[in-house]
Design a protein around this ligand. Sequence first.
Ligand SMILES: Nc1ncnc2c1ncn2[C@@H]1O[C@H](COP(=O)(O)OP(=O)(O)OP(=O)(O)O)[C@@H](O)[C@H]1O
Ligand SMILES: [Mg+2]
Length: 240
Amino acid sequence: MSAVKGINLTKYYKNFKALDAVNFEITEGECFGFLGPNGAGKTTLMGMIYGFIEPSEGELILFNKKVNKTTMAEAKYKIGVIPQDNNLDPDLSVLENLIVYARYFDITGQKARKRVTELLEFVSLNEWLNANVRKLSGGMQRKLIFARGLINNPELIILDEPTTGLDPRSRRQIWDKIEELKHSGKTVILTTHYMEEAEKLCDRIAIMNKGKILVVDTPKNLSLKFGGNLEYVYLNMTEG
Ligand SMILES: Nc1ncnc2c1ncn2[C@@H]1O[C@H](COP(=O)(O)OP(=O)(O)OP(=O)(O)O)[C@@H](O)[C@H]1O
Ligand SMILES: [Mg+2]
């Protein structure tokens, strides 16, 4: 079963084409990675998949339904987002940030509180429940955003550079969490600049450059086809 399908997805920012007729299909339960240099269009594409950015051209199909306003509103309940930027509310505590976010998914009261406790344990931040988010280090805030993205127990999780800025141990902890999500049957979409992360987690990888997808394959096949490790393939494909 297909979880996400993009058909000729294109995005113009004024006259600049940030995404150029991108085609791909992500299967349910798969971990699919998008790699590419800064400005390649990854975040633009992630934003389209979670309904934040409207395509200028092309079509998006989520859970086998063509996306329009109604189907996107339904799909949002099944999607978890870990954005690239830190968009926590700096005036609120850890708990409040999660409770407010839960409300967007109609999760309130005891149910919300229970879910928040579970998630903070999941990312080892339970001792920080009542702390203002400003008191958290950058890496801890990243973990909190990760937890927040799981609040609605999503079927599809979009991770835009989930481990950027994390120390090596924290990065491995997040990798373990992503593996857990994969094993529980979730579909995961990931962008990263860490080749090791992509190789370890992704079943298939799309390499992007200048708004286009250049190639899609398993990490192993990419290495075999292009003769070298993933970093070598990436650097060769994206040069110029
Ligand atoms: N809101 C915007 N207005 C104008 N241009 C934009 C906007 N958002 C992105 N762009 C441009 O679109 C291109 C793609 O940006 P995007 O953020 O999707 O890249 P990315 O692959 O996520 O890069 P990075 O690896 O640095 O996160 C860039 O050239 C960027 O300058
Ligand atoms: Mg980005």
